[in-house]
Design a protein around this ligand. Sequence first.
Ligand code: SF4
Length: 478
Amino acid sequence: RKTDVYEGRLPLYTEYEGRKAARLRSEELSGMAERMQQFLDLYPSGLSEETEEKRNINKLRILEYFGADETDWEDWNWHLRHVVRKAKILDKLIKLTDEEYQAVELANEHEIPFGITPYYLSLIDFESHREKDYALRAQVIPTLHYVNKIKDFGIDANTSMDFMLERDTSPIEGITRRYPKIVIIKPILTCPQICVYCQRNWQIKDVYSADAAISADKLEQAVQWIKKTPEINEVLITGGDPLLLSDEKIEKLLERLSAIDHVVRIRIGTRMLVTLPQRITDSLLRIISRFNVPGKREVIIMTHFEHSYEISSQTLNAVQKFRQNGMEIYNQLVYTFYNSKRFEAVALRLALRSIGVTPYYTFNTKGKDETYEYRVPIPRLLQEQQEEARLLPGTVRTDEIVFNVPKLGKNYLRAGQHHDVISILPDGRRVYEFHPWEKKISQADTYIYTDVSIYDYLERLQKSGEKISDYKTIWYYY
Ligand code: SF4
């Protein structure tokens, strides 16, 4: 109160006891819930009847353009053969703003990976006013700033693109290790479409390219390395999107990993539930679920929804297929400017729980130059947890907010002792010192990070129609 963050007097219930205090408190809590609901109404999931109808029209338009039919739409290979890569074609299927068109055209000109699956395109609204679908457009259509930066870097690892310094944490090709008991294995370095802020954009040379899979020999060497490292209990198969591999290759890899006694958990990191749920075929499910053996080995699906508007009835069905086969699905959200409005992430958490996905991590967007416009100041993540997520039941706010320290891995932002503000620059940006997760267990350097400016962030929010007074407590988080 002394800080003037709160307006008016203390709530009335504080002046009473017993039933009267409880009733007044109950009214106050209802007021909070109503306010939250007003925000949530702004972010419907794609399951609403109105949105489903709109998407059906989008689907028919796309099918007509490609001279295809409903059977093709259900075939994931058809979608891969028709990934939309060119500005000219994209512009016929949805309306683009001038900047969107220019950015995609420039990406095409400089061979910067860009593509959208016909399915994901059907989730995007036809009009370019970016009312409900701005997070989806921003997710996959690069900005001019991004394209110009990448153009200047070239697809070269010697830039800030490899923010996590994976080159220094890969003991053998195809493997990344940042933790004592977990490793990442990357059998393929391509995706059906590219997230603009992708951490591995320095490694992904093209959208869905057939030659992006690691050779069978190298993959076998990576598996052998895991076999010879008995401390490893958990393997995350990622990439790229490993579900781009054929059923046979996926089965073989799961077989090889499952034959290693010390591997008790296999995670499959895939965004197919969002970009191409048609990939979750009955045969793929049979293959994956065969390796999920309770009491012996767990297979988990890790996915990446960015917004409640990305959810569709097709996604719901694909998620439920995994669930009915006894597999858990966890979501990793990248918190960007485009999904950081008041209660926007809350809407996603609620929508995810409703279809059977558990929120797991919320990542601060990596501090990469090319995605400066996507970054959100750390205080906003803390504010969101405290003032928005906290209003949800614990069964829904299950995600942990994290900052990824290059080379070392996740730093838990809510653990105050794990980072310090050490300076504020003349332009208002805060400089943080992050302590590595293994602090007090082993020696490791701290990491100095300059955050994006809170002032600039608020100004951009205001330009996008937000009421800045709704965010004013942001200054009190650090
Ligand atoms: S799904 Fe993952 S690996 Fe693929 S583009 Fe997106 S962030 Fe990168």
